[in-house]
Write a protein that binds this ligand. Structure first.
Ligand code: VG1
Ligand code: CO
Length: 547
């Protein structure tokens, strides 16, 4: 057993994106690729936190291909870098919200999450790594940037050559001087959920014959959903489908939206559909909520949970505020107004919610990308949202569709859709965005189709708590009636570029709440095409995914 110091040279392109460093598996399998990045993390921590001795780190991932190999490397490097203790999910498994929960509960310095989240897995799929801080949340840009800078000058990394420990058996082991505790991936998380929601009411709901399907998408959410829904809450066996995490997610795209979770959507569209459907993504931080023959948009879901938060014991004391990412619909803003609490608008990515949650200024947060969460952890949390809905359904005794439609009647409906143009050529995507930026100045006051432009800008954000700034966070064209079009390039993809076009229109009149979404947004869709020349710039006549 010896600690080796290995010479290395910087590898280009290790700057983390919206949520960590994500690349094709083959890129991560290159010699020194993972090692350089991990050493960058440890060097940054050593510099910022005054050493790693005696510190605890949490480690786990979504079980995708390369997860186990990466766990072995990181354990050997953590030991060589003097980390005191690692809490490792059994089999290298921990969902993203569970990592956040375990960091907070055990007072860890931070955690390393191995996941490319909603991106496909397998030998030809994607892999990813991300560092989370002591609050349980994603490292802020100042830290991810320091890690990246470190990878550009790295000359050596440290690694132990000690024999591998058994990561599949609960209990303590040791690598060099470092203790490794292999923990049950579900236990701490399940306990936290039980403290937030009315499990008795949900048990009664299931006991009364309420039916549900939870699609684990062959990703990490399955074991959590099985333990909590079928184990603790008495839902019948078979409630969780695709519940075994597979290294390639069974070949599926573990992104819970109506396009990728087609099996669940088809089931929920049948006459004999279950009462409730839900799905989570690769690392179980996203959620999709579906009623019988009825999809709930993520923005509406956030607004509805906020409006009804008092049904859940964990939120009975009320909400301090709501936070949503800028492209998320303004449905939650109307709820915040009615509740007399602030609604914060942040850039895309969960890392921007952390300071508001830490400061007690926001309680619930969400993104249009099927992400919902609260101050219980510092990540979005798929199963948490599903349990919140179950708690709501149990208390209200109404169907999903009734709850959503009653919400629209009270607050109005924000028709909302996102159009993704995936895998387009990077240069073309940048040209499109640059052209739009040039046009911005002249859009104000212009009449476009049925709308008049109120203002158009490139979203900038100053964090109200710590004053940190983010620029170029999405181009938005806002109409005088509050309708909006937002253009952004994705920061999580691994091939070419992905253009996201977000469309929103507010409709106060309940008699007009039942149009098909794309039809209700047709005029805005036409404006987006004409202002950004999407077809000419991308060579695509239509988006590849519409949600
Ligand atoms: C996407 C979503 C964003 C989300 C991010 C991470 O980012 O739009 O809302 O926070 O994925 O989610 P982008 O940059 O591709 O638009 V996850 O579940 O992949 O960690
Ligand atoms: Co995710």
């Amino acid at each position: 057993m010896a600690i080796q110091t290995i010479n290395t040279t910087p590898i280009a392109g290790q700057r983390p994106g919206t949520s960590g460093l994500r690349k094709k598996v083959g890129v991560f399998q290159q010699p020194n690729y993972l090692e350089n990045f991990v050493q960058g993390v440890f060097d940054t921590l050593a510099a910022n936190e005054g050493g790693l001795a005696g510190q605890t780190l949490v480690l786990g991932g979504d079980g995708r291909y390369h997860n186990r190999a990466a766990v072995r490397t990181i354990l050997a490097m953590a030991a060589a870098n003097g980390v005191g203790r690692v809490l490792l999910g059994r089999g290298g498994i921990l969902s993203t919200p569970a990592v956040s929960c375990v960091i907070r509960k055990h007072g860890a310095l931070g955690g390393i999450i191995l996941s490319a989240s909603h991106n496909p897995g397998g030998p030809d799929g994607d892999f990813g790594i991300k560092y989370n801080m002591a609050n349980g949340g994603p490292a802020p840009e100042s830290v991810t940037e320091a890690i990246y800078q470190r990878t550009t000058t790295i000359t050596q990394y440290r690694i132990s050559d000690a024999a591998d420990i058994d990561i599949d058996r609960l209990g303590s082991g040791q690598v060099e001087q470092m203790v490794v505790e292999v923990i049950d991936p579900v236990a701490d998380y399940a306990q936290l959920m039980e403290s937030l929601f009315d499990f008795d009411a949900i048990r009664k709901l299931f006991a009364g014959g309420f039916t549900m399907r939870y699609d684990g998408m062959s990703a990490v959410g399955g074991p959590y959903a099985k333990a909590i829904l079928e184990g603790m809450l008495g839902a019948p066996a078979g409630t969780v489908i695709n519940g075994e995490p597979l290294e390639d997610f069974g070949g599926h795209h573990p992104d819970p939206n109506p396009v990728n979770a087609a099996q669940l959507i088809e089931l929920m569209a049948r006459d004999d559909a279950p009462d409730f459907g839900a799905a989570s993504d690769g690392d179980a931080d996203r959620n999709m909520i579906v009623g019988r023959k009825f999809d709930v948009t993520p923005s509406d879901s956030l607004a509805i949970l906020a409006a009804n938060a008092q049904v859940a014991p964990g939120y009975r004391a009320g909400l301090a505020g709501i936070a949503r990412s800028m492209p998320t619909s303004r449905a939650p803003d109307r709820v915040a107004e009615a509740l007399g609490i602030p609604c914060f608008e942040t850039p895309t990515g969960w890392k921007y919610f952390g300071s508001l949650l830490d400061a007690g200024q926001a309680t619930l947060c969400g993104e249009e990308s099927y992400g919902t969460g609260s101050n219980h952890v510092r990540e979005k949390d798929g199963l948490w949202a599903v349990l919140f809905w179950l708690n709501l359904l149990a208390v209200k005794g109404r169907s999903v569709q009734q709850i959503v439609e009653e919400h629209w009647q009270r607050f109005g409906r924000n028709y909302y859709s996102r159009h993704d143009y995936e895998g387009i050529e990077s240069h073309a995507a940048n040209v499109l965005m640059d052209d739009l930026r040039i046009k911005l100045a002249n859009l104000k006051g212009q009449q476009l189709n049925l709308y008049t432009v109120d203002y158009a800008d490139d979203f900038e954000y100053t964090d109200p708590v710590d004053g940190s700034q983010a620029t170029k966070q999405g181009i938005r064209i806002v109409m005088t009636d509050g309708s909006r079009i937002v253009f952004r390039l994705s920061g999580t993809g691994t091939e070419g570029a992905t253009l996201r076009v977000y469309l929103e229109r507010y409709e106060p009149d309940p008699s007009l709440h039942h149009s098909p979404t794309q039809q209700a947004l047709a005029a805005l869709i036409a404006i987006a095409e004409s202002v950004a020349n999407i077809t000419a710039n991308t060579g695509r006549a239509a988006p590849s995914v519409v949600t």
